[in-house]
Design a protein around this ligand. Structure first.
Ligand code: ATP
Length: 202
């Protein structure tokens, strides 16, 4: 799965619709301090389902919405769209017919986030799983933020293992196993209640 284009609209300092075209090979983003380079990387994490405001350098998720300046008023929503090249057919079933499709996340003040894959409403989990299965995602070690290299060097073995698991694309499997265990526990609880009821009836 290749990323073709990142489109920001009302996200942090990108109040007007802005496209970052990602071509084959290396894409460099250069500019003076404070021009929004890190905001671009955060937009990429965000559209992939990042749900920790601290990872967006904010106190709450709505802090990603353009907050206004002396000349421009604040926006009521922010939207980031990621165009994906799916010619390798790595997208999950149901979204895998097209050669390319868009993943869109939109946040509206007081209404939270909504996600779409290929124009269809989906859950945050669907977006996170799509990227986890393709060995990437909001926590991918391929997205290196400032100060992260020294954090990696000093990381505990358990944290390093998590990074390797994400790189190997098996973190999605762990998430699914955890969900399956929760369902299993729920089913066992129901069975116990059925047994109790049967005991009372007999
Ligand atoms: P540096 O080179 O210093 O690391 P940078 O190019 O990575 O800087 P960013 O950190 O991406 O810059 O952008 C910071 C800018 O984004 C600041 O000017 C900040 O005011 C602006 N900004 C962040 N959040 C918002 C928001 N919600 N609304 C408007 N502007 C915002």
């Amino acid at each position: 799965m290749r990323f073709d284009r990142l489109r920001l609209n009302g996200f942090k300092s990108f109040v007007d619709p802005t496209d970052l075209v990602i071509r084959e090979g290396l894409t460099g983003v250069v500019g003076p301090n404070g021009c929004g380079k890190s905001n671009l990387l955060e937009a990429l994490r965000w559209v992939m389902g990042e749900n920790r405001p601290t990872a967006m350098r904010g106190d709450g998720m709505e802090d990603v919405i353009f907050a206004g300046t002396t000349r421009r008023s604040a926006r009521g929503h922010a939207e980031v769209s990621l165009s994906v090249d799916n010619r390798d057919r790595l997208a999950p079933a149901g979204f895998n017919e097209a050669d390319s499709f868009d993943i869109v996340r939109r946040i509206t003040r007081d209404a939270g986030s909504a996600y779409k894959i290929a124009g269809r409403d989906v859950r945050a989990r669907d977006v996170q799983m799509l990227f986890a299965d393709a060995s990437t995602g909001a926590h991918s070690p391929a997205l290196v933020r400032q100060g992260q290299i020294s954090e990696l060097i000093n990381a505990k073995p358990r944290n390093r293992r998590r990074i390797l698991e994400e790189a190997a694309g098996i973190s999605g499997l762990y998430a699914r196993r955890h969900e399956a265990e929760l369902k299993l526990n729920g089913a066992e609880g129901n069975l116990t209640r059925v047994d109790d009821t049967l005991d009372q009836l007999s």
